[in-house]
Design a protein around this ligand. Sequence first.
Ligand code: C5P
Length: 300
Amino acid sequence: MSITVRAPAKINLHLGVGARRDDGFHPLVTVYQAVGLCDDVSVTPSPGWALGVTVPDWMDVDAIPVTGDNIVDRAARLLAQHHGIASQASVSIAKSIPVAGGMAGGSADAAAALVALDRLWQVDTSDDDLLRLAAELGSDVPFALVGGTALGTGRGELVEPVPDRATWWWVVVPSAQGLSTPSVYRRFDELSTDTPGEPTDARAVLLALSTGKPEILAGALHNDLESAALDLRPDLADLLELGEGVGALRGLVSGSGPTCVFLAEDADAARDVAARLSEHHDVVLVTNGPVAGTHVVTYA
Ligand code: C5P
């Protein structure tokens, strides 16, 4: 038996961050959108546990830990523990989502592994339990399960779908050097000592989505972590300026960065912007959203 499950990357259209909570996390009001860059997780039966990863040639395979502390190892252990069974499978991750880039690639892998192993082990985990286990694994993991476009609250783990009927075109520029999420939040704390407890609301983005007009969404995109990411990686400001200079409606640091995303007018404009950015950057991807959350693609 072999099961392959696909999970999408995310972009935060709005990322409002409040003051650090006592548990070390920050309260968020965010609007997630799942986009068409996806990782596939394949599982087959095995008497033990094995995890492998394949990457496209533009990605550095050494950037991905596959020795016991990968989020997929943790997802498997958590699901097995929940059902009181042994964590046995041979697992292979085929990556397309930039690593350590602010697009929740690790979270997508965890979500895909939960769904794939649930099928392989035939343990029939309820949706509520899957979402709870996902939240234990990381703040973005529940959204990777749900997909589409959703409002995220709490530390990002409470997700509620929102209407989003348009197709939005994005150009994605990953960075060869990753940026650690905790270090970006730490810099956010250092830079903004008077942050209110309540994050900024997502009204402007939700309203923009309902118009279906890219130029309105472009004006509403918001990321409270952007200045922290730019402070750690000043070169990203040049990239944002370059993208906007070659026709993107708006450039934005994706989540905690360093991946930058550019909203384009339509598919043709996205391809034009990508072609211009490719003159300066090795890896430039075109994608769109919203797309489905974690789902089975092969079951044989
Ligand atoms: O939940 P996740 O494992 O993705 O979080 C990684 C790190 O990012 C946390 O350890 C924390 O430093 C930071 N974080 C945060 N507030 C959030 C989400 C993440 O401070 N809402």
